[in-house]
Design a binder for this molecule. Structure first.
Ligand code: GRF
Length: 214
């Protein structure tokens, strides 16, 4: 069974989805540690309620990104982490973390990459006027929201949508595809070839295809 290290900065609904899929045994994984770079966030309460080790490593207590990540890597290694799962983690990742877990860091972004990288992707999508938005699970590389794509899911954008309503619709599919992507990794079914992630065997059930509402 694979051991996950989940990095959070906030509410942790993706962490909750992972915990729920572990609990119902549709995700064959355990969480070695949850680390938040911010104190007093709801995600820490979720980890506590599930009986998972959780702690704060506050980035503000370190001189630079490298020393923060050195502490992070030490904690992840101490927990026996095999896959690092960024779940609403709001710090840029550097070579320190990348070199410690090569090909073993994944992220979820609330947009259909490569559209709308960076902060406030849902607001970017609403302001741009797209008809379709979604979520992307990808391997992490040195560039922001850039690494090879594992899974994506699309949702419609209604003309009445606000960033808040679109965020809620996207989160619902995030909570499906993130545990599904972790399960694929845990089964050893993902192979990275350049930008392409090959998935061996039968693909997992994904959200139904996008259908416009009448
Ligand atoms: C999600 O929208 C995720 O895609 C983005 O940050 C948000 C985290 O939400 N990277 P939560 O903390 O999992 O609720």
């Amino acid at each position: 069974m694979i051991t996950l290290g989940v990095l959070i900065s906030g509410s942790g609904t993706n962490l909750q989805a992972i915990l729920d899929r572990i609990a119902d045994r549709s995700l064959d994984a355990r969480i070695g540690v949850v680390v938040s770079n911010r104190p007093d966030v709801k995600g820490l309460d979720r980890a506590g309620a599930a009986g998972v080790p959780a702690e704060v490593i506050d980035h503000r207590g370190f001189a630079d990104r490298a020393s923060f990540e050195t502490a992070l890597v030490a904690r992840l290694r101490a927990a026996g982490v095999e896959l690092v799962v960024l779940a609403g983690f709001d710090r840029l990742v550097t070579q320190v973390l990348l070199a410690a877990f090569p090909g073993r860091i994944i992220n979820i972004h609330p947009a259909l990459l490569p559209a709308f990288k960076g902060l406030h992707a849902q607001r970017q999508a609403v302001e741009y006027g797209v008809r379709v938005a979604g979520a992307t699970v990808h391997f992490v590389d040195a560039d922001v929201d850039h690494g090879p794509i594992i899974l994506q899911a699309a949702v419609p954008v209604d003309q009445e949508d606000t960033p808040e309503t679109l965020t809620a619709r996207i989160l619902a599919v995030e909570h499906q595809i993130y545990p599904a992507a972790i399960q694929l990794f845990a089964e050893g079914r993902l192979t990275v070839e350049g930008r392409h992630v090959r998935i061996s065997g039968t693909r997992p059930p994904l959200p139904p295809p996008l259908v416009r509402r009448a």
